[in-house]
Design a protein around this ligand. Sequence first.
Ligand SMILES: N[C@@H](CCC(=O)N[C@@H](CS)C(=O)NCC(=O)O)C(=O)O
Length: 215
Amino acid sequence: MQLIIGNKNYSSWSLRGWLAVKASGLPFEEIVIPLRQDDTKARILAFSPSGKVPCLIEHGLAIWDSLAIAEYLAEVMPSLWPQDASARALARSVSAEMHSGFQSLRSQMPMNIRGRYPDHPVSPEVAQDIQRIEAIWNECRNHFSSGGRYLFGAYSIADMMFAPVCLRFETYGVKLTGLAGDYLQTMLAHPDLLEWIAAALAETDRIVDYEPKQP
Ligand SMILES: N[C@@H](CCC(=O)N[C@@H](CS)C(=O)NCC(=O)O)C(=O)O
């Protein structure tokens, strides 16, 4: 398998797809295409019909979009989702909510692993996004704490979907309390995330568009 991704410091969707491939345990080759270069679009389009990363290639089949990649891998590794059907439905709901929502947080607090902006202003829209994410994390941790310290007990695709948010909360100094705060620390200590962070810290390219914007 080949996984096409963008810069590790900035590409939050790439991180989600990469975490899913890592969790599958399957061997893969990583192809990093730096974003926002003159040849970026053409290079991505050579693999991904959407012109976006991540894109997984297996036996000539292209699977693009982070959630589609996660679902594809869950077919061979069902433990990527919770075993219980109700928990799985809830995990899919919060994953879909992350995948299609939180626009203010995503645009006003871009993922930038190397950056530290604790004084970055928090607009009311971003505060609302943070509040909703905190509520999801608290609710999941309250319900599923007997199975482990991730959202649904064991580490699952739902955690991978929220991983870039955890990194944003570090970058922008967002403080959480209670189980949500504990969850944030659990995620930041996950070995796969630590491996991605180390690679992001080793990158040197700077993309102005992905540096934080004022609300
Ligand atoms: N919904 C897609 C979003 C993919 C996406 O927007 N990826 C960005 C990078 S994080 C991208 O490829 N941008 C293309 C570009 O900047 O040229 C997913 O879940 O994979």
